[in-house]
Design a binder for this molecule. Sequence first.
Ligand SMILES: [Zn+2]
Length: 403
Amino acid sequence: MQIENFALVSLPIMFGLGWLASTWDKRLEDAEDEIDRAKKQKSTFRGLNLLLSEQPDKAIDALVEVAQLDPETVELHFALGSLFRRRGETERAIRVHQHLVNRTDISTRDKDHAAYELGRDFLRAGLLDRAELSLNRVGRGRYSEQAKTALLEMYQIEKDWQKAIISAKELTNSKDQNYPHQIAHFYCEITVEALRRKEIQAAQTAVNKAIEIVPDHIRGIILQGELMMAMQRPQEAIEIWKKIEGHHPAYLPLIADRWMKAYQDCDNAFEGLHMLKKNLDQHAGGELLEQVFKYVIEIEGPEIAEQLMGAVLLHTPSLIAMQKRFEAQYLIAQKAHQEERASDIKASLDLLKQRTNILVKYTCSSCGFRARRFYWQCPGCNHWDVYSPKRNEGFSPSTTPSM
Ligand SMILES: [Zn+2]
């Protein structure tokens, strides 16, 4: 009976104690969660504050701490990865993105995002095989177009034009309307390589495809003429290049030497030179002037060249035209054995050459990269058709600063 009474009294007490203990545990857990949350929040805010106050090193340490405290913070991982890459710490960026790619508990969209970012890390590190593998892993979702664009960029770096064509064709339906022109350039690159290896049939196939995609593709037309030259058919090369002379005369300097070679092969150099000279009325700047001058000296002599440069200086004054006129005068003085006059002219000529040698020639309209030769693809920003065939040639009346 005493035992029963004891049980009756102790049972509710035991229950009470049990309830108290469980509540205490829960409170303890809640308190621990709260401390964790506060820690993460504190680290996140510290990281953000440091970022805002432009202390990226300390900011990264603080944010890494948050990512370690909570492996679920996918967005934070992405932010860290991109921060590492931007700072040039590609290895760390790869580790962060690789970790996300390997995780099985994240959404397909996040997995695609991680594969895309990892591909870009590998591209930055120059590990092109791995970049290709990772970018190809990106599915058909939101990151598909970006991954294809990165692949296209990569194939161009590798000069793998066939793969570049496939990637660009996949992108032709996107917002950027420039892909057909790029594809035509890729076929032109294949043509150039085939011509170098003297594979006429392959060159013909490739250049035809370039023209098929963009019928008026200037580089394609130039290469069609080159193909005719490689096949020993200079007259047909001339007929093709007349399209450049007639419709795109600004690009004539790019083919002037080959143009003259074709006319020389047809024993008609004088006619070829006459047509080039005709274009000087409109396009007297840049290389065309130099090329015409070279052939006039060779075919017609320095007196005619001097007269021509005098006429050019009247309608299109430039340092190059002035230099060429002095060059012709120097040759005339030498021919006439006027040593004193020749050495006077040479002094002025040397001064002018110093000036024209440092003149900027071609400037990329996209990134401003300056080059002494013409490029179809800018070596600075890799964009196509961003160089005007017209060089910057120093002063013209409208750009001469007023004194
Ligand atoms: Zn550029």
